[in-house]
Design a protein around this ligand. Structure first.
Ligand code: FE2
Length: 165
């Protein structure tokens, strides 16, 4: 009974890590698109580029955790398409230069990432997984930095958007 429980818990963590991998893959795709639209916003563009590097590393960190747990990582590329990301819903309805709306979506997405790692942190603590705990703590700090940048700069980004019209 004990062993079955333990395996079920590990399966949960593996499933949540696969979700985190798909989330980060979506983050990378969205950041790449948004950076391409941020020519008129140099400070924002620099921050997005910085977070793109961070997010690419997070993808490999999550992958390494999955491998440590002995999870099959061959399907990760397909699963990564599960999150279509935060840009797509906006593309149809909005002009491509509606940077304030893209940043609203990005802020929401970053908070979703923070919540995901906060949940995984609880799992890591409960199951005594020190490496995963460290990954979560670092990722939470990194997502918070991006979310805080967006929070702080949204008024400026919107002012600049209006002035450029
Ligand atoms: Fe991330």
């Amino acid at each position: 009974m004990e062993l079955v429980m333990a395996r079920n818990k590990k399966d949960d963590v593996i499933s949540w890590l696969r979700d985190a991998h798909a989330m980060e893959a979506a983050t990378v795709r969205n950041l790449e698109q948004l950076i391409g639209r941020a020519e008129d916003y140099p400070s924002l563009k620099a921050q997005l580029q910085k977070h793109l590097q961070v997010s690419r590393r997070q993808v490999t960190d999550v992958e390494a955790q999955l491998k440590t747990l002995g999870a099959d990582t061959s399907m990760l590329k397909d699963l990564a398409m599960r999150f279509t990301g935060w840009i797509e819903p906006f593309l149809g309805a909005l002009a491509p230069d509606e940077m304030p709306k893209h940043c609203l979506a990005a802020h929401g997405w970053e908070n979703f990432e923070i919540a995901s790692y906060r949940s995984l942190l609880g799992a890591a603590e409960e199951l005594g997984m020190q490496d995963l705990k460290g990954l979560c703590e670092r990722a939470i700090r990194e997502e918070q930095e991006m979310a805080t940048y967006l929070f702080d700069n949204l008024p400026d980004i919107t002012r600049q958007y209006l002035r450029g019209k």
